[in-house]
Each structure stands twice: as structure tokens, then as C-alpha cells.
Design a binder for this molecule. Sequence first.
Ligand code: PMP
Length: 394
Amino acid sequence: MPNLSSDLQPIINKRLNNLSASKIRAFDQKVSGIPNIIKLTIGEPDLATPEHVKEAAIRDINADDSHYAPQAGKPQLLKAISRYLDRSLNVHYDPDSEICVTVGATGALNDVFMTLLNPGDKIIVPTPVWALYFQLIKMTGATPIQVDTKKDGFILTPKHLRHVLNGRGKGAKAIILTDPSNPTGRVYPAETLKELAKIIKEYKIYSITDEIYAELVYGGAEHHSLSQYIPDHNILISGLSKAYAMTGWRLGYIAGPKQIMQSIRKINAFLVTSVTDNVQMAAVEALNNGQNDPKEAREIYEKRLKFMQTGLEKLGFEMATPHGAFYIFAKIPEKYGTDDEQFAFELAQKAKVGLTPGRYFGKGGEGYVRISYASSTAQLEESLKRISNFVNEL
Ligand code: PMP
């Protein structure tokens, strides 16, 4: 094995050196070694990619569609995304200039942060939140301004946003909103979004909405988007990973105002050239002919949510009612201790159930655990039994 000689100058980029790897993944790996553990740690659908979507990719491979695709995306897919956004949100994005296909929603986030953020810029991040945002933002040299939303049931209120923009977040360039939320499962009501939109306009900032869970909403909740109210300020990010159980295909997209999308398309081309041909054709099939797929997934997840929520509440876990994604963010009853990391470690070791400590999702997450219910019903039933035995013994 070649070893770096110690008299060389440090080789790793300073920004990267200062960032830690994902604590969520590290925790997941740590508990993965425990025999017989049930892991409810990672946001990974247990469902399979729909057959007709797989077949579309296979057809495309067999047709030798295996060359560089247009850099912003194949025209068929750009049209399919545009039509999808039209029918689901009633917002129109021009497929030729206002959409870009990316490598997962993660690739979309990276493109957007790299396009917008200069070193020293501030961006408002309501927390608890999917923690990769912090790393990607810091890689640009910008600073995430965490805004703890716990006191308002994990929803950023218009009053709170105004307060932050006049204080710690003064001069911020943008805000990123995850709706539905990972890790809390909370969904923003249309009225709140409208009020937030007014403030975003008033302060002349931009918004980025991560809508990767848009189709997974339950209990009569509806998904709305800032793009419906301030299309000229908002950059919408989404993808097929969650609702179509396609995490491994790596297909996401961005839609936004033309002038911004020009630069986003440029950076996406620099970084990835183009997204894999057959994956794009599978996505066309999913969006054009797979409209029942998210509906079926939604029904399955909704049942699981009800089951887990009822079971956990009986055990004394409290939560702001989740209406979306596939996560429950539950407060550990104080009698079981308030240290979420310790609770999750002990639960993993003794009861063999893996949950993610809330503090890994930023401010406001301490004392909570995230439970992903994207696991089979049998596994969820067994894990609830195990959690129940564990807390009853404490
Ligand atoms: N945004 C959020 C809020 C997520 O939870 C995830 C996945 N955990 C992503 C983006 C990344 O999605 P993708 O797999 O398409 O990159």
C-alpha cells in the first residue's frame, strides 16, 4: 500500500477536511454489525421499482441508447417533468430552458448550492433537517444559518422567518425548505407557504424547495410548493427516488427561473456531462405512465405510519403529527432519559432496533429519534414489540 510521505504539504482541500462524514450513515454502519438488528435508520424504500419502469430501461439498453445524452436532460424527460409539474402543482416550466435533469436530488442540491452560493454567503436552513445540506453548503464556503423550528411543531412560521431575517440571518441570500420534511414528516399548509412567500418577496431573497417527498403525503394533507406563489424566486428540487422506489437509479431534477437555470444547467454539465440514458428513459416511463405507483406506495406507507404512530404514542413518545415522507420524529419520554444518542445506542444494543438520534439533524433534534417506516409491516411490528419491551424494562 502506498503511504503519503509526511514531509508533503497537506493534500486534502481545507473545506473538505473540516467536514465530518454523515453521522447518520456512521451510526447506521455501527448498528449494522449487531446480529439480528432491525434497522429503521435509513430513508430507503423497501418497495421495488415498478416493473414497467424497469422494462423501459431494459428496452432502452437493448436499443443501444448508450451515448452522451443532451447535458440538461433528454427532451422526452424534460417534457415529462414539465407535464408532471403542470398537473401536480399547476405551475408551468419550459422544458427547453427551465428544467435540468440531475444525478438524484442530491446532485440537484449540489448544482443549486454551487450555482448560488459564494464563500461567506448566508443561507437559512430550518431545522431539524436532512443533514447533507450542511455539508454541501459548507463545501461552497457559505454558512448555513440554522433556525430551530421545534417550538412551532417543526414548521417555520412567517413570524419566525421575519425575525431571523432581521437578526442572525440578516443579508441571507436564500432559504431552503424541505416539504414534506425529512426527518419530521411535517407538511407545510398552503396558508403558511403563502405567508412565507410574501416575506421571501419582501426581503428579495431566493427560496429552494426540496420536494423529493411531494407525493408521499397522508391523512388528507396536500402538498403545495412555493413555486405556485413565487415562481420567480423559487428553485424547485425533486426526483424519483422516494415515490417510485428508485433511490439507486439516481434521478433528480431542478426547475426554476430561466436566468438561474441557465447557470444551473452549465454547472450540471461541468459536473456530470449528462445523466445515464436508460435511467432517463425509465424516468419518462415512470412520470408518463406510472401515476398509480406513488398512489400505491402512499397507501402502504400511510398504513404503516398509523400503526407506528399509535404504537409509539402508547409507549409515551410524543410527536408533531407527521403527514408526509416516511419518517416519524418522536420525542423520547423523559423517564427514559433525554440523551437521544445514548438512547438510540442502548436500544440498538439491547433491543436490537436501530433508530437515528435526533441531534444528527441539527438544532432542535436533541431528545428525539427518527424512525423510518419504509420497512416491511412484519419488521415494523417486531420492532415495536422490541421497543416496548425495552422501555418497559427501563
Ligand atoms: N432530500 C431529502 C430531504 C432526502 O431525504 C433525500 C434522501 N434521503 C434526498 C434529498 C436525496 O435524494 P436522492 O436519493 O434522489 O439523491
